[in-house]
Design a protein around this ligand. Structure first.
Ligand code: GUN
Length: 287
């Protein structure tokens, strides 16, 4: 079964749009998401445009600050500080990767925990790893979307062997914790892992998040596995593809996500739900 993240995301966004339409009466306004994009990375430009479109679909107010490549770190941090104290802003997202002269760590730590719709702030990360995620904890968008995809496919995670390829802060590490929370037995693999195909062949759930075009081939996958492709890569002809070689893996998988149209739309959908979460936390708990 090919699970369409595009269809699931469209359904969830339509539900959110209905919810957001009730906000002006209840809270006096709709959520406001601010995105900061520094530089000219082509992938990032596309992501940010898709985020803006999604905000329009669910009915958010949104602002994008497009800053030139040569913007200094201080200018970015100053902008974040200004947005942190702006009461009309509910969520702040700084698109990664940033130009090399700007510290991602400093940027992430400067965004206030309450407006951190990415769930990358150390306090949100700590909550994710110290306990099972709950309503007060913002969970990173891509991992959250992956769990929703598996749930939508009615795939039972509990007790299964999950293998995660990649150990990034954005995907590999948080998806490992979310799968563990759902009682999977999790193995994290990376560029130094020895005998990788031997390990991936044991996976009931295989998550590929390494950024290498068509890296996972049919011979690396167990018959009946659920295969989640987080890659956004370019193939030898410059065409968008994932970390999974779809042609050889799809016949073996019981469940597989396509690229495009799989994990990507769910990431953006979860950004929308995280923004609602930050908005509601503010509206419900302000004095
Ligand atoms: N770049 C790639 N994925 C992401 C993401 O989830 N959030 C941000 N801020 N940047 C990204």
């Amino acid at each position: 079964m090919i699970i369409s993240g595009k269809e699931l995301a469209a359904k969830l966004k339509a539900e959110m749009a209905e919810q957001v339409a009730t906000f002006p009466e209840k809270y006096g306004r709709v959520p406001h998401l601010v995105v900061i994009l520094v530089g000219n990375d082509p992938g990032s430009q596309t992501y940010v445009r898709n985020k803006e479109k999604a905000c329009d679909v669910v009915g958010f107010n949104h602002t994008t600050f497009r800053m030139p490549e040569e913007t200094t770190e201080k200018e970015v941090l100053d902008k974040i500080v200004e947005l942190n104290s702006d009461d009309s802003v509910d969520g702040i997202l700084v698109q990664l990767p940033l130009p090399r002269h700007i510290s991602e760590t400093k940027v992430i730590e400067t965004i206030s925990k309450e407006k951190d719709v990415d769930g990358f702030h150390p306090l949100n990360t700590a909550e994710l790893w110290q306990k099972r995620p709950n309503d007060s904890c913002v969970v990173p968008c891509t991992p959250k979307g992956i769990i929703q995809l598996l749930d939508a496919a009615d795939y039972k995670i509990s007790g299964k062997r999950a293998v995660v390829l990649g150990r990034s802060q954005i995907v590999g590490l948080p998806i490992s914790k979310l799968l563990l929370d759902r009682n999977a037995t999790v193995t994290i693999c990376h560029s130094r892992t020895e005998n990788l195909p031997e390990i991936t062949r044991q996976a009931d759930i295989l998550v590929a998040a390494i950024g290498k075009a068509k890296f996972v081939t049919g011979d690396m996958v167990k018959e009946g596995a659920a295969v989640i492709d987080v890659g956004m890569d370019l193939d030898e002809n410059g065409k968008l593809c994932g970390d999974v070689d779809f042609a050889s893996v799809e016949p073996k998988a019981s469940v597989i996500t396509p690229v495009p149209g799989g994990v990507g739309p769910m990431t953006i959908c979860c950004l929308m739900s995280n923004t609602i979460q930050c908005f509601l936390n503010k509206m419900l708990y302000k004095e």
